[in-house]
Design a protein around this ligand. Structure first.
Ligand code: S3P
Length: 446
């Protein structure tokens, strides 16, 4: 599973004994990206503890360095960032390599849209298939210009506008990446940039922008619509950030502990921001035993320790309105549904088709390959649960450069009769480099 290895790393996961122990998953990916970007725009030194050192976040760090920020990691794993000031990013001398990371790409496109520079973005085969029109459209209205590959995809070259024009933008898709791109562009834009968000998405950008001293307000209307207003030409003050553990990574040991009979696992220090905690609610509705202890606030984000005990699960038909609060957790939620009693119906998930892979198609194909009865819908899936009986198993599962597909089917392997083979575990390094040692420490594998 070495990131530099250019050979696929297949692996088979087999039926596990009861999982037990206390584990910590790595830092939150969304918060890690934002902490590097905003620190790089503050004047003075910011310190970040608990940064996710996965490939996606390292791509953001490399890009910020290429545009003038000084970013170092010390021997204790604390990151020190000396920023260049809002508006102070420098012209990158080579193309910015975003690897597999949609968040790096879309947020940085926003940041650069109000800088007087030209930048080229490139990425891997998965990222080069993902739609960028959702950000090029609003950013063009702010004055930036884009030369994209066909279908508004990477590789693309953009030219920022300085001064950019403030925008009043109603999000046409529930996407924190699009919201954040517009807000980051607004940082170096005179006047007020406003984003209207009919369905709440993760709010880490808003929290962190305020924490760095930006003048940002959020008004919530009667129907829940959020109006986020940012005063431009902001000055950001350096911060000390402690990154909580990523709930999207905690999702894998969480589901594993629920479905492997006899398990009891504690997952420490997990981010519990309500805009991210949808999976916990869903699993509890399915009958999962998940207790939150030591609930506290760290660095402006709610966190807690989760105690997860194996449970008999029942099927669900979740309201599509909750999708943004667990958008990255559906693949592993489908594994939980495959082990539940009854038929689960998931709808309203068209956004899953434009993630690191088409997660509706990739999951349906993989579930079928391991003996689960599944029907693929345009915007979701129907899954017939086993009622707690082991899944047949099989594979190899085609992960299609998608870390969450690899980890979801690894979890399925732990409750399989014949094992589940994953074609390539390397993508896991984008978000969860310690996934295999963590499973080992829970006794899930040798
Ligand atoms: C992210 C937002 C989500 C999520 C992604 C991270 C972010 O994407 O899927 O993994 O950090 O803003 P969308 O906002 O496009 O749904």
């Amino acid at each position: 599973m070495t990131p530099t290895n250019d050979q696929p790393a297949p692996r088979t996961f087999t039926a596990a004994p009861p999982l037990s122990g206390e584990v910590a998953v790595p830092g939150d990916k969304s918060i890690s990206h934002r902490s590097l970007m905003l620190s790089a725009l503050a004047v003075g030194e910011s310190r970040v503890e608990g940064l996710l050192e996965g490939e996606d976040v390292l791509a953001t760090a490399a890009a910020m360095r290429a545009m003038g920020a000084d970013i170092e990691r010390d021997a204790d794993g604390v990151w020190h960032i000396h920023g260049v000031g809002v508006g102070g990013l420098l012209q990158p001398q080579t193309a910015l390599d975003m690897g597999n990371s949609g968040t790096s790409t879309r947020l940085l496109m926003g940041l650069l849209a109000s800088h007087d520079l030209t930048a080229t973005f490139v990425g891997d085969a998965s990222l080069s298939k993902r739609p960028m029109a959702r950000v090029t459209e609003p950013l063009s209205r702010m004055g930036a210009s884009f030369m994209t590959s066909p279908g508004d995809r990477l590789p693309l070259t953009m030219r920022g506008a300085c001064p950019a024009v403030p925008l009043d933008y109603r999000l046409p898709v529930a996407s924190a990446q699009v919201k954040s791109a517009v807000l980051l562009a607004g940082l170096n834009t005179p006047g007020i940039t406003r984003v209207v968000e009919p369905i709440a998405t993760r709010d880490h950008s808003e929290r962190m922008l305020k924490g760095f001293g930006a003048d940002l307000t959020v008004d919530i209307e009667g129907d829940g619509t959020r109006i986020i207003s940012l005063v431009g030409e902001a000055e950001l003050r350096p911060q000390q950030i402690i990154v909580p553990s990523d709930p999207s990574s905690a999702a894998f040991p969480m589901v594993a502990a629920l479905i492997v009979p006899g398990s009891r696992v504690t997952i420490a220090n997990v981010g519990l921001n309500a805009t991210r905690a949808g999976l916990i609610d869903l699993l509890r509705e399915m009958g999962g035993s998940i207790d939150v202890v030591n609930a506290r606030e760290v660095g402006g984000e709610p966190v807690g320790d989760l105690i997860v005990t194996a449970s008999s699960l029942k099927s669900v038909e979740p309201d599509p309105a909750r999708a943004p609060s667990m958008i990255d957790e559906y693949p592993v939620a489908f594994i939980a549904a495959a082990m539940a009693e009854g038929r689960s119906l998931f709808r309203g998930l068209e956004e899953l088709r434009v993630k690191e892979s088409d997660r509706i198609a990739t999951m349906a194909e993989g579930l079928r390959a391991i003996g689960v009865a599944v029907e693929e819908l345009e915007d979701g899936v129907v899954i017939e649960g086993s009622g707690g009986a082991p899944l047949a198993g099989g594979g190899p599962i085609a992960t299609k450069l998608d870390h969450r597909i690899a980890m979801s089917f690894a979890v399925a392997g732990l409750v399989s009769k014949n094992g589940v083979t994953i074609d390539d575990m390397r993508p896991v390094a984008t978000s969860f480099p310690t996934f295999l040692p963590l499973l080992q420490s829970l006794g899930a594998m040798e």
